[in-house]
Write a protein that binds this ligand. Structure first.
Ligand SMILES: C[S@@+](CC[C@H](N)C(=O)[O-])C[C@H]1O[C@@H](n2cnc3c(N)ncnc32)[C@H](O)[C@@H]1O
Length: 322
């Protein structure tokens, strides 16, 4: 107790000395000014620390609520790394668009070592595994295809999700009929989905490898569309990133690959990056209940984030960037 009292006395003494020295060296207004600057600096430091902490604590549920209440502006949603809209960022900035005349050659060079995959197709050891024609799709001949092709007159179409080529071949026939010189790029890993052969037993499997891409190519050969259709046989994520990097943009981009929310969300965001300004992006399954309406939720959220309007054409959704 005694020691503590002594310590307090010492401290008071010390403080008095400081004040006395201060009084000698500084005038009262100067001291007030110093105190003001110190408290301002302290306040500023505290505020910036607490903002960072709040940002880190934002959860996905608050994010959804905040979007519902305050639809973000496109630039804010895509440019601010530290903001709560980080989920909306798809980082890549695309290269300057190449001319549509160079699209086919670019894909042949970059993906197929400069040779058409249709040369000498089918290889002899595969021929017996294919049917001359096996085309099956879903909503693949909907009115939306003709409506959009007539409207946009596309030089390049990028299809994300092709399967056996029903919609791609339909678009090739439509563009040919309209006298357009359109190149159609078909992004698909040609794996279908686990268990798809329950309904497509006739698509052969060799040592676990599916003949889906070969059957798609055979369908393109059968339809006499090898000059206008090219496969890009990779996952949608990696293929769309590369198209963006190479400056390969589409006037029309159709999204019809994975139908769960996360796949559709990622594909739509990436697809929009490679849409030529003024082009149209569209896709199937806006109304189907598959994957808990994953496509519909992704399309609506995307349109909300970007401030775009979703139109409906039959079973298809359409977003016109013009
Ligand atoms: C519904 S089908 C496409 C149907 C086609 N658009 C039509 O109407 O004829 C979906 C296709 O997307 C492909 N796919 C799904 N997820 C994919 C992914 N992550 N990467 C590449 N292809 C994918 C599947 O292989 C399948 O062929």
């Amino acid at each position: 107790m005694k020691e503590e009292k002594q310590h307090q006395n010492q401290q008071h003494h010390h403080l008095r000395r400081i004040i006395m020295i201060s009084n000698k060296k500084f005038t009262r207004p100067t001291i007030y000014l110093i105190l003001l600057v110190l408290s301002y600096t302290l306040g500023y430091l505290c505020a910036s620390t607490s903002t960072t902490t709040t940002k880190q604590k934002i959860t996905s549920s608050t994010l959804t609520t905040s979007i519902a209440n305050n639809p973000p502006i496109a630039s804010a949603a895509t440019d601010d790394v530290t903001s709560d809209s980080d989920h909306f960022r798809f980082l890549t900035r695309c290269a300057d668009p190449i001319s549509s005349k160079l699209v086919r050659k670019t894909i042949l060079d970059r993906v197929f070592n400069g040779t058409s995959p249709f040369n000498e197709f089918p290889p002899p050891h595969i021929k017996s595994l294919l049917r001359p024609k096996r085309i099956k799709g879903w909503g693949s001949k909907g009115a939306v295809f003709e409506n959009l092709i007539r409207k946009v007159k596309p030089r390049t179409i990028i299809e994300v999700g092709t399967f056996l080529g029903a919609s791609a071949i339909h678009m090739a026939e439509l563009t040919r009929g309209l006298g357009l010189r359109t190149q159609i790029l078909c992004v698909d890993d040609f794996r279908g989905w686990p268990g798809f052969r329950d309904r497509f037993k006739d698509i052969q499997m060799v040592n676990g490898d599916l003949m889906l891409m070969y059957q798609f190519m055979q369908n393109v050969v059968y339809s006499n569309a090898t000059k206008s259709v090219l496969p890009i046989p990779f996952s949608t994520g990696s293929a769309l990133e590369k198209l963006c990097e190479w400056g390969v943009l589409g006037d029309l981009v159709e999204v019809d690959a994975g139908h769960d929310f996360h796949s559709a969300w990622s594909d739509i965001n990436r697809a929009y990056k490679i849409l030529r300004p003024g082009g149209v992006m569209f896709g199937h399954d806006y109304f189907t209940s598959a994957d808990e309406r994953g496509v519909r939720r992704a399309v609506n959220l995307f349109a909300q984030v970007k401030g775009l309007r979703v139109q409906v054409d039959g079973q298809h959704w359409v977003i016109d960037s013009a």
